[in-house]
Design a protein around this ligand. Structure first.
Ligand code: ZN
Length: 700
């Protein structure tokens, strides 16, 4: 493929680092030379190249074979992957106005591009032919699985539909992509617009030292003196937990829960209504009752029924536990002479007081023992014990921001596994939340080692001082690192089934399972060392920390299930011909919460107007339940190590690696789990893990 057919545009005259061969840097994009202006021409070229490759595969005169169709598809679009992955990292972790504009422009183009491929009738005929012939072609299991995945993806994209339906689907998908981008940009805009500078000592009342440091460095970053509260979750939650100022807690809380719901140009409610309607229409065109049925058909759960069962099973004991906590807190308010009913902005504050009373420690006692570097070390150590991995700092690799750190990952015998990027600190150019992303997926077909990144939003300590994490932050670090290992340990031939390319309700198993190791006393004894003295956490404090693990679990469970239910309810709305019924997301949200009996003092973990999991892109649309579905699996999976009486038991770890972490989407999730555990799990381990009563039928 050459580029001499069309006259170069002005921007094409200078070399574009996105279009260079990155072999010398091991496939890492030259971030040090990439600027926003390189993306538009690179995308244009990548899309054109991929289109030409696809046309050649579809136009192949020879009858379809695995090599000339599926393998050719697997090898196509590499430039698009590279450019897209580099863009994706920047759009999440280091965005600017120019990139935001490109994102708005490119998202619908990409959606159109993929939709055109996945609805290509000629390509689908070739894949369908291979699918029916798979047994006669002498293919091995992985190849058959890849054909099956292609067939499912094409069918679900509408490749089997008539021209009119396809055209409508294409319009819907493109529109959804544009709406998803607008949604997340609106949330970001509301987050950036929020400003709560604090200057007097009374406004800082209750905030521990680490919190003041964080707020000071936020202010510093904005060139102002004093302290500054932002809407990053890792600032909001501790602020609500510690601030004695009820009025300020309310202000921060309202800012946080009103993101995307403030009226004006950044309001997301109309976007939500349109997205829900379009998704329902899409499902209906493809022959499904509603979007939830469409979505779950290709998940481990298969239908919404088992999901609702699970959420219902957990809801009742969680609610009882949360209400008991609420009553205890209300009593505390009265005891302190407070003459008010507990409000949502009081929950974290009084729960912290309750925690101190019942478990007799506060978060500020724990934090000095959880330095970021030690926790990274702990995550690496766990991977070394379980899977024999080694991590060596690699400072020479180009990165997208000076705070990003890189490690070379090897198998301990000198064989390189891949690279791991850690981008841990919150900053104004980063979206909120924490995630794993791949700069390159593992695949044997093209001989690619994985390049995997974790992006988090930990509040950075002032320069020269170590960053200290809350226990929740440390859990996030382990969680994301579990995802990273799913990418790094992947050992498959075909990119389509590589690493985290698995069902949404299975993808959280490797990440949530990994969190268990952080919480083990033997790990805390080794890595929870005081950042100044290096002393281990006093045993008695450690025991209290472990004992407090289930504290406030009722609240945490309810705020999560409420979001999961609203997501499922919203996507269970069938599409109707008359478009007059405009959905009001706030009314719908209130109804959904009333149905399950949500206590007034608790808000959803993600209210609909900023529920990025389901609207920014839509990766978790009708799929937010996945975290709890996966928790059923992770609780049961970790029990395998407990049963072996060794949290690093090598035989169990070997099966875990083989069937889960290395296996990508080689088989159906239920089969993969059975291969590891010998059976499917029940919800009992999850209820026990969350500290809820499990009724044993034998005892009654
Ligand atoms: Zn996750």
């Amino acid at each position: 493929m050459t580029e001499t057919h069309c006259p170069p545009k002005a921007s094409d005259l200078s070399p574009n680092p996105l279009l260079e061969d990155w072999t010398a840097s091991g496939g890492v994009p030259p971030f040090d030379r990439i600027t926003a202006q390189h993306f538009t021409p690179a995308y244009a070229r990548a899309l054109a190249e991929h289109e030409a490759e696809i046309a050649a595969i579809a136009g192949e005169p020879a009858p379809p074979t695995f090599a000339n169709t599926v393998e050719a598809l697997e090898l196509s679009g590499r430039l698009l992957d590279r450019v897209g992955n580099a863009f994706h990292v920047l759009a999440g972790a280091h965005i600017n106005d120019a990139l935001l504009e490109i994102e708005r422009d490119i998202a619908p183009q990409i959606a159109r591009h993929w939709n055109k491929i996945r609805t290509d009738a000629v390509l689908f005929r070739r894949i369908d032919h291979l699918m029916r012939d798979a047994d006669r072609l002498g293919l091995h299991a992985e190849q058959k699985r890849v054909i099956e995945r292609y067939h499912t993806d094409f069918r679900r994209a509408g490749a089997g539909l008539d021209a009119a339906a396809k055209k409508r689907l294409a319009e819907i998908i493109e529109r959804l992509a544009a709406l998803g981008t607008a949604f997340s940009q609106n949330v970001l805009a509301d987050e950036q617009a929020f400003a709560l500078p604090l200057d007097s000592q009374t406004e800082l009342s209750g905030l521990p030292g680490f919190m003041r440091e964080t707020l000071r460095s936020e202010a510093h970053e904005r060139g102002i003196d004093g302290y500054f509260v932002t809407l990053s979750r890792s600032t909001v939650e501790p602020f609500l937990q510690f601030s004695d100022r009820r009025d300020l807690r309310e202000k921060v809380f309202r800012g946080f829960v009103m993101r995307g719901d403030n009226g004006g140009p950044t309001d997301n409610k109309a976007i939500i209504a349109e997205m829900v309607r379009l998704r329902a229409e899409r499902a209906q065109l493809l022959g499904y009752r509603d979007f939830a049925h469409y979505r779950l058909d290709d998940a481990m759960a298969k239908t919404p029924g088992p999901v609702r069962n699970l959420l219902d099973t957990v809801w009742a004991p969680a609610r009882a536990s949360a209400l008991a906590d609420r009553d205890a807190m209300q009593a505390l308010v009265r005891e302190e002479g407070g003459n008010f009913e507990l409000e949502p902005w009081d929950w974290r504050y009084y729960v912290e007081k309750l925690r101190q009373r019942v478990c007799n420690f506060d978060e500020a006692d724990i934090k000095p023992y959880l330095s970021l570097d030690r926790m990274i070390e702990a995550a690496f150590y766990t991977a070394e014990r379980l899977f024999g991995l080694e991590f060596t700092p690699e400072p020479s690799v180009p990165v997208w921001h000076p705070d990003v750190r890189v490690w070379r990952v090897s198998d301990g015998q000198g064989k390189e596994i891949g690279l791991f990027f850690g981008d841990y600190f919150a900053r104004g150019t980063k979206r909120s939340g924490a995630w794993m992303t791949a700069l390159r997926d593992q695949q044997k077909l093209a001989g690619y080692t994985p390049l995997i990144a974790n992006v988090c939003n930990f509040a950075k300590a002032p320069s020269g001082e170590p960053t200290l994490l809350s226990f929740e932050d440390a859990r996030t670090l382990f969680h994301e690192f579990g995802h990273a290992l799913h990418g790094l340990l992947s050992s498959v031939t075909y990119p389509t089934i590589s690493g985290t390319n698995v069902a949404t309700d299975f993808v959280e198993l490797p990440s949530q399972l990994y969190e268990h190791w952080l919480q083990q006393p033997e790990m805390l004894r080794r890595f929870a060392l005081h950042y100044q003295t290096g002393a281990a956490m006093p045993e008695e404090l450690l025991q209290r920390l472990v004992a407090a693990r289930n504290f406030n679990k009722g609240f945490i469970t309810l705020e999560y299930i409420a979001s999961a239910c609203a997501d499922l309810d919203l996507h269970s709305l069938p599409w109707s011909e008359d478009g007059d019924q405009v959905l009001d997301p706030n009314v719908f949200e209130a109804q959904s919460l009333a149905r399950i009996g949500m206590p007034d003092e608790i808000v959803m973990r993600h209210r609909l107007p900023h529920f990025a999991h389901i609207f920014a892109g839509g990766g978790y649309a009708a799929g937010y339940y996945s975290y709890m579905w996966s928790e059923v699996l992770d609780a049961d999976a970790f029990a395998a190590f407990e049963e072996a009486s060794d949290i690093f038991d090598s035989a169990t770890a070997k099966r875990l690696r083989q069937s889960i972490y290395a296996a990508g989407d080689l088989q159906e999730p239920a089969d993969a789990y059975k291969a590891f555990r010998g059976r499917l799990p029940s919800a009992d381990a999850l209820l026990r893990k969350r500290g809820f009563v499990v009724r044993d039928p034998a005892v009654n």
